[in-house]
Design a protein around this ligand. Structure first.
Ligand code: ZN
Length: 453
């Protein structure tokens, strides 16, 4: 496949902007790129599939470092009773009731609607964190099948927690172990070991998770210090703050993702740095839950590896870029915080290196020969000069979600000129709308049971 007549933005090191460029894709990989005339001469033979970018930008597919497909049916759902007054109440009143309402078909359609959204917004790799305590065994296969059907790339895990009893904690462990092994048969989906958060994990369960993960060559994916309550609980339970507590069980390391880390202190961040643990930042979620602003500028200076996720917000990752760019300026009353090049580095290079941790041996998130052909076309025509150096600010102030017109993953066109090719968007939305009322009713029953005992 030859993509011609585009402005290539390689997101490589260094990032290059190539006007009038072309990209040649073969066997799911980028085989060659450069000036259009050169590639036409080399590959412009009859019968070669062609995409005319018509002057659009050609970028690597976008990566999301932390999301929750399972939360999709919360959209527009009524929450009974008094509004949640803090993050622990949001967990109890919303997420820990919604996850119990999900069965096989709900998990399937929750994933599909998010995957439609991802293709629409050019997000081709997603790192998901799943919970469905009444449908644990096999849940990750259901999601993986949906990802395969969509043609996207994903890293999946099941969140182990003690909050639903020992049996379900064990089932969660087993699902991670089973799926990490089973996923080796798949090419665009792999597994990691999910943990909910320190505040719902006992020492015994953490120990069991570490033991189960042994020999799997895996890291963990866990929420850390999203709210002070997580730290308070850890101190109360173990006398240690969360990060040293997790380190004691061997949970940290270069394959582990710690989501949020909003309330970690300096000593904890030193451990995150020393262990090479990834921290994913989700500013829209942090703002929505009123949990505070993670000290990302400081984390960057401390050498911590920071990635950008969306925590189940839309897969329009440029909205997440913008939230990250704005949040830290207002939270610190300092317009120098979270500069554009930092946000861009986190969302592109760092997210790509994180994806490569899971898809070992692959080059992801860069338009370079040999990289996976995850490519998007963006209908953005700048009215000021665009070059490597000022690209982050074009994205932050100029890019809109509606500008993604074509999404390609592993060399397969998933959306062309805004028409989805692998998923039937209308049919999926109709099915999801049919399932949602049942999920909402089950949620209401769990809510009433929680209130009336
Ligand atoms: Zn999360």
């Amino acid at each position: 496949m030859l993509i011609v007549n585009g402005t290539l933005v390689t997101m490589g090191t260094p990032n290059r902007v190539i006007p009038g460029g072309a990209l040649y894709v073969q066997d799911g990989r980028i085989a060659d790129l450069g000036p259009g005339a050169d590639l036409e001469a080399r590959y412009g033979r009859a019968g070669e599939e062609r995409i005319d970018a018509r002057g659009q930008l050609v970028l690597p597919g976008i990566i999301c470092a932390h999301t929750h497909f399972y939360g999709a049916f919360s959209r527009g759902m009524a929450l009974p009773g008094e509004p949640a007054g803090n993050f622990p109440e949001i967990l109890e009143k919303l997420w820990w009731r919604l996850d119990k309402a999900l069965w096989r078909d709900d998990v399937h359609y929750s994933a599909l609607v998010c995957l439609v959204d991802a293709i629409r917004h050019g997000t081709t790799t997603l790192i998901d964190h799943h919970a469905s305590p009444n449908f644990i065994d096999g849940s990750l296969d259901v999601i993986a099948d949906a990802v395969d059907e969509a043609g996207l790339r994903a890293v999946l895990c099941y969140e182990v927690t003690d909050r639903d009893g020992a049996e379900k904690a064990r089932a969660g462990i087993d699902e991670n172990v089973r799926f990490i092994r089973a996923a080796s048969e798949r090419t665009r989906v792999c597994g990691t070991f999910g943990l909910h958060a320190s505040l719902t994990l006992s020492d015994e369960t953490l120990e069991a998770c570490a033991a189960a993960a042994e020999g799997l060559d895996t890291g963990f994916h866990i929420h850390v210090a999203e709210h002070e309550a997580d730290e308070d609980d850890s101190l109360h339970k173990s006398g240690q703050r969360i990060v040293p507590r997790l380190e004691r069980f061997g949970i940290l390391g270069p394959k582990t993702i710690v989501a949020h880390a909003v309330h970690t202190d300096e000593a904890e961040r030193a451990i995150l740095y020393e262990t090479g643990t990834w921290v994913s930042h989700q500013p829209r979620s942090n703002m929505n839950n009123g949990v505070g602003a993670a000290p990302i500028d400081r984390m960057r200076d401390e050498g911590i590896k920071l990635a950008l996720g969306n925590d189940g917000f839309s897969n329009n990752m440029w909205a997440e870029w913008k939230a990250a760019y704005l949040l830290h300026k207002v939270a610190n009353r300092d317009p120098r915080r979270a500069p554009g090049d930092f946000i861009a580095q986190m969302a592109t290079q760092a997210n790509a290196r994180l994806a490569e941790v899971f898809f070992a041996g692959e080059t992801i998130g860069r338009l370079v020969p040999g990289a996976v052909a995850d490519v998007i076309l963006v209908d953005y025509h700048p009215f000021t000069p665009l070059a490597e150096g000022n690209l982050p600010w074009h994205i932050l102030f100029g890019f809109e979600a509606s500008m993604v017109t074509t999404t390609i993953a592993a060399g397969r066109v998933l959306m062309r000129d805004r028409a989805l090719l692998t998923l039937d968007e209308a049919a999926i939305a109709a099915e999801a709308r049919a399932y949602a009322p049942t999920v909402w009713e089950a949620y209401q029953r769990h809510a009433e049971r929680a209130v009336h005992g």
